[in-house]
Design a protein around this ligand. Structure first.
Ligand code: MCA
Ligand code: AMP
Length: 505
């Protein structure tokens, strides 16, 4: 049997035929059968552009129905989908193209000139464009290409996607995800969250990360549901659409913004059956406040790029504020001593490790990194600190990794520090996350200038423009004579977090 994930999706799309798959507020959408036919044409275009099984297809495009169909067409031809944050700068893209060696880079029509140059510099043989209104050279090619109705035969262990996740060393790592990884997780979530053909997901997340791409789209496809595709999260639009939706998936910032709005009532959410939160910690306060205002208990779950979803609060049963629930069926977890990987006594804090069919194959061309984080017995070391309570609910209590999560986007301090340190007059810097009422954590830099150098906040921020995606850039920059260090010489970021804790409050 063909274990290509798309074979499962195609079966469902055929069954669902004329039922809506993707709808938009502008009225441009796709029914399931129509979407399936478009993937045949896009597959034809991909093959004509030189994509063969196993090839990476790198994609940096605005959110659109066609972008989702491009993901599906890539699976159809046996390619490996590689989505890239639309905020990434040319320099960042250059790294991804060089590292992943894609056969094709699909970019926004307006970026074509730069993309051509970056592709040439990084050895990528082909580019195509895709705009948010079905425009661009890829859709033109799809019009004339010979449709391909075959679905390339794949093994469950073959790669379906590579998603880059920043590394603690500052170098992004490509997480290799197989057809089994994605397929098993989607099937599990459909069951766990009771998805059905009746569901209409309000899709307001970006589609270049696990949450908006795999959790949202794969689950919709597998259940034969439909989704309202929104270009971005906009509170006004969510309030307008909730009466016609059934599920919302969001990062905690969605819920803090909705909760702060007077329009949040039981009436406006009456048609909704499920609110899912993840990608960053949802505060117990927001959870309770949302429930008080709507009667809906947000379902918080825990996942990672490397593993898709691991733990989830129950659909039926208590959804406990401040916890991420229990392991999903088929997923095992253990909480261990960081050094020995031996389980710690129940109720104590330790490293969260995960094993299951959802756990990735390793980091693209980084065997050593893979060995460090993917243990011989199959457990993946998440870098998150957790404890389990007496009722079996897991609490994520902190991170062992130096990571900031801002509005659901991960920012690795090392990467930002390296760019700041290149600025003339900077001796060294430390980047930290501080409590932020809207984004959860606000990226913040503490900079130590060279003796005699005169630097100000604007200079540091100017220097970062164009080098780092906007969401990675600090919201504030502070200056200090030195950084606090322990006897081993390690920067004490806890002390800095304490010193500047009230910055955004
Ligand atoms: C936008 N900006 C940000 C962020 N988003 N800055 C820091 N952190 C952010 N997350 C910048 C904009 O460039 C803009 O800058 C300024 O902040 C104000 O933008 P605003 O209009 O408020 O932002 P927004 O468009 O409303 O976006 C906020 C957002 C968005 C809705 C929270 O960031 C978002 O959709 N985040 C979701 C991320 C996500 O999908 N994460 C899942 C990763 P300026 O004004 O200067 O131009 S997957 C994952 O983590 C795992 C697997 C999991 O468990 O799910
Ligand atoms: P990413 O690298 O984008 O896959 O982000 C994964 C990280 O997001 C995890 O390692 C956690 O630190 C964090 N995360 C995801 N979901 C939750 C959650 N519900 N609560 C706390 N942290 C979360």
């Amino acid at each position: 049997m063909n274990q290509n994930l798309f074979a499962t999706f195609a079966r469902r799309m055929r069954e669902r035929g004329d039922a809506d798959f993707i709808t938009t507020r502008e009225g441009r959408g796709y029914r399931h059968a129509e979407a399936l036919a478009t993937t045949e044409r896009l597959a034809g275009a991909l093959v004509e552009l030189g994509v063969t099984p196993g090839d990476r297809v790198a994609v940096q495009v605005d959110k659109s129905a066609e972008a989702i169909l491009l993901y599906l067409a890539t699976l159809r031809v046996g390619g490996v989908y590689l989505p890239l944050n639309t905020g990434y700068t040319g320099e960042e893209i250059h790294y991804f193209l060089t590292d992943a060696e894609p056969a094709l880079f699909v970019c926004r029509p307006g970026d074509a000139e730069n993309a051509r140059r970056i592709a040439a510099d990084s050895g990528c043989p082909q580019i195509a464009t895709l705009g948010s209104t079905a425009d661009g050279s890829l859709m033109e090619a799809a019009e004339t290409a010979t449709p391909r109705d075959a679905i390339v035969a794949s093994d469950a262990n073959d790669l379906a996607a590579i998603l880059y996740t920043s590394g603690t060393t500052g170098r992004s790592k490509g997480a290799m995800l197989t057809h089994r990884n994605l397929g098993s997780n989607a099937a599990t979530l459909v069951e766990a969250w009771h998805f059905s053909e009746e569901d209409r997901l309000i899709h307001a997340l970006p589609i270049f990360h696990t949450h908006g791409l795999f959790v949202a789209c794969n689950v919709t496809l597998m259940a034969g549901s439909s989704m309202l595709l929104l270009p971005k999260f906009d509170v006004d639009v969510i309030f307008e659409e909730m009466p016609r939706g059934t599920v919302l998936m969001g990062v905690p910032t969605f819920y803090t913004r909705l909760t702060a709005d007077a329009r949040l009532t039981p009436e406006v959410t009456a048609n909704m059956r499920l609110f899912v939160s993840g990608s960053a910690p949802l505060t117990a306060e927001t959870h309770r406040e949302f429930e008080r205002k709507t009667g809906h208990a947000i379902l918080e779950r825990y996942g990672m790029t490397e593993t898709n979803m691991n733990l989830s609060n129950p659909y039926d049963g208590e959804r406990r504020a401040g916890t991420v629930g229990m392991p999903l069926p088929g997923v095992e977890y253990r909480i261990t001593d960081r050094k020995t990987h031996e389980p710690v006594p129940k109720g104590e804090i330790g490293m969260l490790e995960i094993r299951g069919p959802n756990v990735f194959k390793g980091y693209w061309r980084m065997p050593e990194k893979t060995r460090e984080e993917l243990l011989e017995d199959g457990f993946f070391v998440t870098g998150d600190l957790a404890m389990v309570d007496e009722r079996g609910y897991v609490h994520i209590v902190g991170r062992d990794k130096d990571l900031v999560i801002s509005g659901g986007y991960n920012v690795y301090p090392k990467e930002v520090e390296q760019v700041i340190d290149e600025l003339e007059g900077v001796h060294e810097s430390a980047v930290i996350g501080l409590p932020h009422p809207d984004l959860g954590e606000g990226v913040t830099a503490v900079v130590v200038p060279e003796p005699g150098a005169h630097l100000d906040e604007a200079q540091v921020l100017d220097h970062l423009q164009g080098q780092l995606a906007k969401y990675k850039q600090p919201k504030r920059v502070f200056f200090a004579d030195s950084l606090p260090r322990n006897t081993m010489g390690k920067v004490q970021k806890n002390q800095l977090r304490e010193q500047y804790q009230d910055t955004y409050r």
